[in-house]
Design a protein around this ligand. Structure first.
Ligand SMILES: Cc1cc2nc3c(=O)[nH]c(=O)nc-3n(C[C@H](O)[C@H](O)[C@H](O)COP(=O)(O)OP(=O)(O)OC[C@H]3O[C@@H](n4cnc5c(N)ncnc54)[C@H](O)[C@@H]3O)c2cc1C
Length: 317
């Protein structure tokens, strides 16, 4: 089922969902299952699977370093298929502009269609580690909005090089990213919202937000989005703080602010066990308030660990 259909079917009840990251190349998919298993009792209607940008690795060949481009966490579509099959839930692959030509994207989307995947998240992807700014891949898209157009066209039988009249078109429900504290490259929140609205006008059906730790930022964002004419569901993304280092890491990577109360409380923690507990309590409080405000889904960034998400879900659902 599509995300929008799950939301409609829930008739105002807040749904639980989460995002997982493919294992590092060579590791077992069982690790993922071990993390997913404890979360299934909360009946997620869908699970997101991220896609990682390619990166350079240096291989030592007799003292000479060979620079190779590789993907450290491959397998997004395969994982989507296996989870869908194993748990009977909808799975949502994250489809990126970066690292993929339009042809490769078409191929990937056709795979998804054959596998019965009905939703995709259309994302630009971040800059590669070596880049200061995002550089579009040769033959690929520059903005997520262009990817939305490709998916939207495919849904109408319009492939890259031909229009195919068929009654077996894909009908992907398209998710896109939104940023309550604005995207790091956007000159202002208003400009960012303009481009977000464009993604929706071009065919996106729902929005999932970047993580935030102050609900007021989310409420203000939704208000501004609605005022700008964006009417699709907006799903908040929640990440529990788990280690002290997150105080620096999360603002640096995601360009988000942390509330002073949270910073003060983390600083008082004696060790990461206490930080983890604090992160759980903070996320529970955030989730309960968001649920009370009637958000359609609470979407958790698991970052490969589910024990804290399980505790949060137990308290909220
Ligand atoms: C829910 C969620 C899931 C994510 N999952 C992944 C993942 O699996 N893998 C991954 O690598 N990254 C992921 N990301 C990160 C995301 O790829 C980055 O934040 C990326 O930098 C921007 O992606 P986007 O789709 O929002 O880009 P876009 O919508 O293309 O926006 C990028 C920037 O360009 C601006 N912009 C947009 N259109 C135009 C235009 N036409 N002209 C000028 N400026 C424009 C926007 O304001 C913004 O500043 C995720 C983010 C979120 C919120």
């Amino acid at each position: 089922m599509k995300v929008t259909e799950h939301i409609e079917k829930a008739k105002g009840e807040t749904l639980f969902s989460f995002e997982i990251i493919p294992p590092v190349k060579g590791r077992s998919i069982q690790e993922l299952y071990d993390n997913i298993d404890p979360l299934m009792e909360f009946n997620p209607p869908f699970v997101d699977v991220t896609t990682s940008r390619e990166e350079y690795v240096y291989i030592d060949r007799d003292g000479l370093l060979d620079k190779k481009l590789t993907r450290m966490r491959p397998g997004t579509v395969g994982i989507c298929a296996s989870i869908k099959h194993k748990y009977d839930v909808d799975t949502i692959p994250h489809v990126l502009c970066g690292g993929f030509t339009r042809e490769e994207t078409e191929y990937l989307l056709v795979d998804c269609h054959y596998l019965g995947i009905e939703n995709v998240m259309a994302l630009r992807g971040d800059a590669m580690k070596e880049e200061t700014y995002f550089e579009p891949t040769k033959g690929g898209h520059t903005y997520a909005s262009e990817l939305v157009v490709q998916i939207h066209n495919l849904n109408a039988g319009q492939y890259l090089h031909e229009v195919i009249e068929t009654d077996n078109c894909s009908d992907f429900c398209i998710g896109v990213a939104g940023y309550p504290e604005k995207h790091l490259e956007a000159p202002s929140l208003q400009t960012d919202l303009k481009w977000l609205k464009r993604k929706v006008e071009l065919g996106a059906h729902y929005i999932v937000t970047q993580m935030f730790f102050d609900n007021q930022k989310f409420f203000d964002f939704v208000k501004a989005a609605r005022a700008a004419g964006i009417t699709v569901p907006i799903i908040p993304g929640i990440k529990p703080i788990a280690v002290k280092r997150h105080l620096q890491l999360l603002p640096q990577v995601f360009r988000i602010d942390l509330p002073q109360d949270l910073i003060d409380a983390v600083e008082k923690c004696q060790n990461n066990k206490e930080v983890r507990q604090l992160g759980i309590e903070w996320a529970i409080a955030q989730s309960k308030e968001l649920k009370k405000a009637g958000v359609p889904v609470l979407h958790y960034y698991s970052m490969g660990k589910s024990d804290n998400i399980r505790e949060i879900a137990s308290a909220v659902f």
